[in-house]
Design a protein around this ligand. Structure first.
Ligand code: OOG
Ligand code: NI
Length: 268
């Protein structure tokens, strides 16, 4: 029997793998390679800074499930802010990384669009954890998408995909056959997959206690008012953690690395 939290993550995983089939393909490649215990390091969400849906508002759903706030992160160039959450007592539960777009630092168009999007969400949906996998609540317009894209890749992604897990992350420490991020990267490239190479294929170092890599998001067809267009959807991430001086595995995130991981959904 799955508990409440497991049910929430299971639903998010089903949605993620349906909407991002490449993640499921990689998961299955790992299984075929002998990995029978693929553990998630973290699950990431994106949102707008509108107080009805911002980081703290989504974070509250996890706090109600026994999570607590741990670290926060600033991304001044991308104009994003994020927090990470960890389960208070069950270390096997994935960490949660939630970021939001600082809409006020963008044009009136971005601010108005973000507000229009959130205005479409019913109050009952705003108050339910189901919001996390509720997708878009608004009609998609390709011109709006392109205008948002011109200002922020993140804003455009959020407009097209809305509320869902942006990505799941394999916890490399728990793998048996692929023991390092480097080995995973070689494995994926040999299978013809494309990695995010912004800032190098491996983000972070053992000295920083966290190494990460990710695939580039793959394109999926999306229906807009004007017709169907291909849009970059989502990626899969791999994280290896190292123990700190006290011997405890580092559980935080590195803003400089995360900054590059965000670019896994970049069009350009
Ligand atoms: C999140 C990017 C950052 C990490 O693990 O550093 C991240 C996103 O693309 O929404 O996931
Ligand atoms: Ni991540």
């Amino acid at each position: 029997m799955m508990n409440k939290i497991e049910l929430v993550f299971d639903k998010l995983w089903q949605q993620y793998t349906e909407e991002s089939p490449e993640a499921l393909k990689i998961y299955n490649l790992f299984k075929e390679n002998g990995e029978d215990n693929i553990v998630n390091d973290h699950v990431a969400f994106r949102t707008f800074d509108d107080p009805r849906v911002d980081v703290d508002t989504l974070g509250k759903f996890f706090i109600e499930l026994g999570y607590e706030e741990k670290g926060d992160y600033h991304f001044p160039v991308k104009k994003l802010y994020a927090k990470h959450y960890e389960h208070k007592s069950d270390a096997t539960m994935p960490k949660v990384f939630i970021s939001h777009l600082l809409t006020k630092e963008f044009s009136a168009l971005v601010q108005e669009q973000a507000k229009l999007c959130v205005d479409q969400i019913a109050t009952s949906e705003l108050n339910s954890i189901e919001l996390l996998s509720s997708g878009v609540h608004w009609d998609l317009d390709y011109d709006v998408y392109q205008k948002l894209l011109a200002e922020s890749e993140y804003a455009a992604w959020m407009y097209v995909f809305g509320f869902r897990a942006n990505h799941f992350t394999v916890f490399v420490n728990h793998l048996k056959t692929l023991k390092s991020v480097e080995e995973i990267n070689q494995f994926l490239k040999a299978k013809g997959l494309t990695l995010n190479s912004s800032g190098g294929e491996i983000k972070g170092t053992p000295a920083e206690l966290l190494e990460q890599s990710s695939t580039m998001a793959n394109k999926v067809p999306v229906k807009f008012r004007q017709g169907t267009f291909e849009v970059l959807n989502s990626y899969y991430e791999f994280a290896r953690r190292y123990p700190d001086a006290s011997g405890k595995l580092y559980t935080g995130f590195i803003a400089a690395s995360a900054d590059k991981i965000f670019e896994s959904t970049n069009v350009k």
